[in-house]
Design a protein around this ligand. Structure first.
Ligand SMILES: NC(=O)c1ccc[n+]([C@@H]2O[C@H](COP(=O)([O-])OP(=O)(O)OC[C@H]3O[C@@H](n4cnc5c(N)ncnc54)[C@H](OP(=O)(O)O)[C@@H]3O)[C@@H](O)[C@H]2O)c1
Length: 506
């Protein structure tokens, strides 16, 4: 790994939650690993007046509180690179002051004009900041490159994503735009590509001939915390499925890329999104299940229902749980159902993809249940990152009783390797100009286009139920019926907490 070019990083919303909890700790980790440029400077912006020194103190505190790096001895050297500038992002004249600071720092660190702008601000500002930057020619690449990192969510549906994209492309080139989905920065997500394409044993089986169905779960045990206002407008489908879970589908379902470069990989994932079979409005009721957590006792504590949370409409129909069944219409996946589900206040926090292989053509051991007779490859994204292969073994003794056993690998076994945070990898890549793990506009639009009919039906058709589920359970029972075969069900990494208080064991 070599160092990126010297550069200035401008963080809009430089004192916000994301900047302090994720971006600054990620930069510090890169600093400790000597992966930041030889010379770099950071400008944090915000609307209030604030001094450089006070900002550096905040940076130090953010690293102390949120960095997983054990070496904290270099915080003050690191913080020295930070500068603060008061900019009101909606006022075009407010950007004038950026010029002198950029020029001064450019001289100081010999950046040659290379500048990375990170929009760590609410989505309402994603259009206006790039437009105002361009109006002042801060996007001009005649001296040094200029790049723009845009946080999620990229739009709220197809039309708004298209509008945002069109507005950005009026003054920025697609190659300058880095749309972040932090899931792609996770080691285990990238490892899906390595598992599939560096091992001869999986890829021959990775198709409709051997795979029965694919299941992806991303569950949270937490509720919406203090984010009622945000969540009311968003819901589980937009918050998790459109970006993170469809990206997992993309990596699991893509064809082998011709090489491991940015465009080859992104070309293949976008083909997956474009092959998603549209869900017709009349199919939404049976193929897309929505739910909302209700109050329940979990581990002795009474948890509120969603509609009782702060800043939530007591009659809200915003989903805190979403489960979908869909197909990918191409040669590899014809006839293989994909199931994804995500929710808040489920029994545990886990994200995993499960590849369910078909039963053998003629199964000899009749006493075995189907679920025991089918191999599963479980790709655990978080926590306890790793891979698990479940296969049948004979239980010692008379007859042929078969039991599923595990062959597993945990990242934690690679004790010498620290697993970097997703933001570290993503920031490093954008500083190097590698957009492989960032989302291209065609992928974002294809993902929205697939989900739009569900969003629209859930919004317009009040006959589609919002199923209640007690906090601490695996969502509405109706979601179980998505998997139509009688003996098959979702994989449950641990039991319901609301019913029996059984503690989670993944
Ligand atoms: N926080 C997370 O964990 C997380 C995770 C994934 C994605 N994101 C995305 O990352 C972005 C930033 O998240 P965040 O949690 O840091 O947001 P935030 O704390 O609400 O806002 C970041 C900063 O933006 C500025 N700001 C807020 N409202 C503004 C307005 N109306 N006009 C001008 N400036 C305004 C504020 O800076 P000043 O008051 O200093 O001007 C604020 O500190 C969001 O788009 C979010 O969706 C966040």
């Amino acid at each position: 790994m070599n160092k990126p070019d010297n550069q200035i990083i401008v963080i809009f919303g430089g004192r916000g939650d994301l900047a302090m909890r994720k971006i600054v700790p990620a930069l510090y980790a890169l600093y400790i690993q000597k992966l930041l440029p030889e010379r770099f400077a950071v400008i944090g912006t915000g609307r209030s007046l604030f001094s450089d020194n006070a900002y550096r103190d905040e940076i130090g505190n953010a690293v102390m509180s949120h960095s997983s790096e054990t070496d904290k001895s270099r915080i003050s050297d690191f913080a020295e690179a930070f500068n603060y500038l008061a900019v009101d992002p909606v006022k075009i004249d407010s950007y004038l002051c950026l010029r002198s600071t950029l020029e001064r720092l450019r001289e100081k660190i010999s950046s040659g004009g290379n500048t990375l702008y990170y929009l760590s601000v609410p989505p309402a500002l994603y259009e206006v900041i790039p437009r105002h930057l361009a109006a002042h020619h801060y996007n001009d690449q005649s001296e040094g490159w200029k790049r723009l990192i845009i946080e999620k969510p990229f739009g709220m549906d197809y039309d708004s994503a298209l509008k945002l994209n069109t507005a950005l492309l009026e003054s920025w080139d697609e190659s300058q735009i880095y749309r972040i989905d932090h899931y792609l920065g996770k080691e285990t997500v990238q490892n899906i590509l390595v598992t599939r394409f560096s091992n001869g044993i999986f890829e021959p089986l990775w198709n409709r001939n051997y795979i029965h169905h694919v299941e992806i779960t991303s569950s949270e045990s937490l509720g919406i915390e203090m984010r009622g206002e945000y969540y009311e407008k968003t819901g589980a489908l937009r918050d998790m499925v459109q970006n993170h879970l469809l990206h997992l589908v993309g990596f699991i379902a893509m064809e082998p890329p011709s090489s491991i470069d940015s465009n080859s990989i992104r070309n293949e994932t976008v083909k997956v999104f474009q092959s998603l079979r549209p869900i017709k409005p009349e199919e939404v009721i049976s193929n897309a299940i929505r739910g909302q957590y209700t109050g329940a006792h979990v581990k002795g504590e009474l948890l509120k229902g969603y509609r009782e949370e702060e800043h939530v409409n007591p009659h809200s129909i915003t989903e805190t749980f979403a489960a979908l069944k869909f197909h990918i219409d191409n040669w590899r996946w014809g006839g293989v159902p994909f199931y994804v589900r995500t929710g808040k206040r489920l029994p545990t926090r886990v994200t995993e993809a499960v590849i369910h292989f078909k039963q053998t053509p003629h199964y000899l051991f009749s006493q075995t249940r189907i679920s025991e007779a089918c191999n599963q490859l479980i790709i655990r994204i978080q926590p306890d990152e790793g891979i698990l292969l479940k296969f049948g073994m004979k239980i010692p003794g008379a007859g042929f009783k078969v039991k599923n056993v595990n062959m597993d690998f945990h990242y934690s076994d690679l004790a010498e390797e620290r697993i970097p945070e997703a933001y570290e990898r993503l920031l490093y890549d954008s500083m190097k100009g590698d957009s492989t793990l960032y989302t291209r506009s065609d992928a974002v639009l294809a993902a929205w286009s697939f989900l739009d009919p569900v969003i629209k039906a859930w919004h317009d058709n009040h006959d589609i139920p919002v199923y209640g589920y007690p906090a601490g359970t695996w969502g509405p029972e109706r979601a179980d019926e998505l998997i139509e075969e009688p003996e098959l069900t979702w994989r449950y990494p641990c039991k319901n907490l609301a019913d029996d208080g059984i503690y989670c064991e993944l």
